[in-house]
Design a protein around this ligand. Structure first.
Ligand SMILES: [Zn+2]
Length: 415
């Protein structure tokens, strides 16, 4: 294995944080009944002067974020006082009046920074209460702050012809690669690997798919990416292993070169590009997989891998889902909500070791046992058995009655 020094580690972590969309704010959440929020992302093409303004806005926001954070931290450390989000929101006006850089920035942008910080604190407190490793909100370094937001359409931002008008920035060119749907609520301006994006949150009405009356359990495995309770398998995409190998070569190159030197910088740039490429392909692959599942099944049950392990699941190592699990769940859930489908995450304990017909537990089952022969007469592929268990468990938990998935008829098109 290769050794990565702390600085490179930080850099890699940062690279991940930038390129994995699910690290950013929540993509989809339900609002009022019948309505849902959906995110649409578009590449921005700012002019040179607009790009300078975007950069300086982001930098001012970062400083404002750090200032608010230190204010909260000092108040607590020195006086055991906690400063509320409202107190800090009220200070935006004063900040604008005293800081020449903040003067030209829309007050909603600076308010959003305060609420972003508050969300970080809420997460921190939630983790403290839950007894999980908490992690105090961080001060943001230059490379760790990547977005700012406007919170009201028509107040600070507006679609103006083919362009996006941003207060304090100007009319920015947008590549509208797909139509926006619904009513625009907010926008977040994101910098990602030197490129700018606008991420609109819109309120849309879900468009349900016709019900199919079919439920499925899905096992995430090593030999196949997923196995369904219908006995179908989806293989790992062939390109993934190749891409991983290439990534390791590039990582080694970064590790070997002199930190900070020009060759090191080139190697880092190449590594980032490769990460971005893989992340894009992974996202694309998972989106298509989700689409195929949503079209075919009304109810989809998966293992809740977050229940058992906060650490990495050995099941997923080397799998495309190792880095994409969160995204898969998020995307599946949001698409399901839109299409009127149900996704259920079930306790994954012993799903592989239990006979799906009689409930017998195979204590001695090892990872290399790919086939299960039970005393009750069941002879079944190991992952298929696990998928049926997952489906059954979902039936017991929420869906009412036990729905045996193994006997469901196969649809015409393979997954
Ligand atoms: Zn059995």
């Amino acid at each position: 294995m290769f050794i990565i020094r702390q600085r490179e580690k930080n850099l890699l972590a940062h690279t991940f944080a930038l390129w994995y969309p699910w690290h950013h704010t929540n993509l989809t959440e339900r609002t009022t009944v019948g309505c849902m929020l959906k995110t649409f992302s578009y590449r921005l093409y700012p002019s040179r002067s607009q790009a300078r303004l975007l950069d300086s806005t982001l930098e001012t926001c970062r400083r404002w974020y750090n200032q608010c954070l230190s204010e909260r931290r000092d108040a607590y450390q020195q006086r055991r006082e906690s400063i509320s989000v409202y107190q800090q929101l009220a200070r935006v006006k004063e900040y604008k009046a005293t800081n020449p850089y903040a003067k030209g920035i829309h007050s909603h942008v600076l308010q959003t920074v305060v609420t972003d910080l508050d969300r970080a604190f809420q997460g921190f407190f939630r983790r403290v209460t839950a007894g999980v490793q908490p992690g105090y909100p961080r001060f943001k370094g230059r490379n760790r702050f990547s977005s700012f937001g406007f919170k009201e359409y028509g107040n600070g931002f507006k679609v103006d012809g083919r362009r996006l008008r941003l207060s304090g920035i100007g009319r920015v060119a947008v590549r509208w690669h797909r139509p926006l749907e619904g009513t625009i609520k907010t926008v977040r301006i994101v910098r990602k690997a030197g490129k700018w994006y606008a991420r609109f949150v819109c309120e849309t009405v879900p468009s349900p798919l016709p019900p199919t009356g079919r439920a499925v359990g899905i096992d995430v495995g090593i030999t196949s990416l997923i196995t369904t309770s219908d006995g179908e398998k989806v293989a790992h995409p062939a390109w993934y292993r190749v891409a991983q190998r290439r990534l390791r070569v590039l990582q080694r190159r970064v590790a070997r070169r002199k930190t900070g030197g020009s060759n090191w910088r080139k190697a880092v740039a190449a590594l980032r590009r490769e990460y971005e490429r893989i992340a894009n392909r992974r996202t694309d692959f998972l989106k298509k997989l989700v689409h195929r599942l949503i079209v075919r099944y009304d109810r989809i049950a998966l293992e809740n891998l977050r229940i058992t392990t906060m650490v990495r699941n050995p099941h997923l190592a080397k799998s495309i889902l190792d880095a994409g699990w969160g995204y898969l769940i998020e995307h599946l859930t949001s698409k399901a909500a839109e299409a009127g489908r149900v996704v259920l995450l079930v306790d994954p304990r012993n799903t592989s070791k239990t006979c799906s017909q009689c409930g017998h537990i195979f204590e001695t089952l090892s990872l290399s046992d790919r086939w299960i022969d039970c005393g009750c007469g069941l002879s079944i592929d190991r992952d298929h058995n696990a998928a049926v268990n997952i489906l059954n468990r979902a039936g017991q938990v929420r869906w009412g009655g036990s729905s045996r998935g193994g006997g469901l008829p196969q649809a015409a098109a393979p997954l």
